[in-house]
Design a protein around this ligand. Structure first.
Ligand SMILES: [Zn+2]
Length: 245
């Protein structure tokens, strides 16, 4: 069986990332380990990048835009040739990010305008900035861009699908009213999985990659499929995503 992919996990945020990976391996889950800046990516690669089932992702988080210098962006672009995944990148116009909107746009546009970025799978943050995020991704024709934990208006979902974008679903989304409404609006063949752990929670504890089995059970019920068939659908989605890069 092909492993399932947790396409957005802040692996370095767990107290014991190796234990989290061991559990993930037992549950046949591979992990896309996102980073918030090029320095974190480098550390992540050095410490965990050689373990089977880990895919380090090169990122510049929008909520860190106030602290990024031109040298950070240059470093990001220099590291692109060695990157397998991009993330976390994107825009955030929620109250936490509103004041750095211009800096965020500058960085996001610079990253997307490099043709090497567009050829890689990427996991993208869009909170409160869904319209700008979609338009930038559509303009650059990113081959395999995933909107992670989308919480924007459902009216934009069709535009996102038409632009070829993917959506990743985490355990918290299966229990929220907003998350469930999104799931009803999405075709099963454009969905991937994520945890956003440990920042996203599952019940009272941080979400972990091994929790994806529960997301599958939820999706299977929604799609009126057996969990085995839902798993096959998600595996085929992953393969299509990765073969489009
Ligand atoms: Zn995240």
């Amino acid at each position: 069986m092909n492993a399932l992919l947790d396409s957005h996990c802040h692996l370095t945020g767990y107290q014991d990332p190796v234990a989290v990976l061991r559990q993930a391996a037992d549950a046949s889950v591979d992990v896309v380990a996102v980073s918030e800046d090029p320095g974190e990516y480098r550390l992540l690669r050095a410490r965990l990048g050689r373990r089977p089932g880990v895919h380090p992702a090169l990122g510049m988080h929008p909520l860190r835009a106030h602290s990024f210098t031109p040298a950070d962006l240059a470093r990001f672009l220099r590291m692109l040739p060695e990157a397998e995944w991009i993330g976390e990148i994107g825009l955030d116009y929620s109250p936490a990010g509103r004041s750095t909107r211009r800096a965020q746009l500058r960085i996001f546009e610079a990253i997307l305008s490099d043709p090497r970025t567009g050829a890689l799978p990427m996991t993208v943050h869009s909170r409160g900035a869904e319209k700008d995020t979609l338009s930038r991704l559509a303009q650059t024709g990113a081959a395999a861009a995933i909107l992670h934990w989308y919480t924007g208006p459902l009216t934009l979902v069709d535009d996102a699908l038409a632009a070829g974008l993917w959506f990743s679903v985490n355990p918290a989304m299966t229990t929220s009213v907003k998350g469930r409404a999104l799931l009803d609006a999405l075709p099963p063949d454009r969905i991937l999985l994520e945890t956003d752990g440990p920042f996203a929670r599952y019940g009272k504890r941080p979400a972990r990659p091994a929790d994806l089995a529960d997301v599958i059970v939820h999706l299977a019920t929604r799609w009126a499929l057996t969990p085995e068939h839902a798993t096959q659908q998600l595996q085929s989605n992953q393969q299509r995503l990765l073969s489009s890069t």
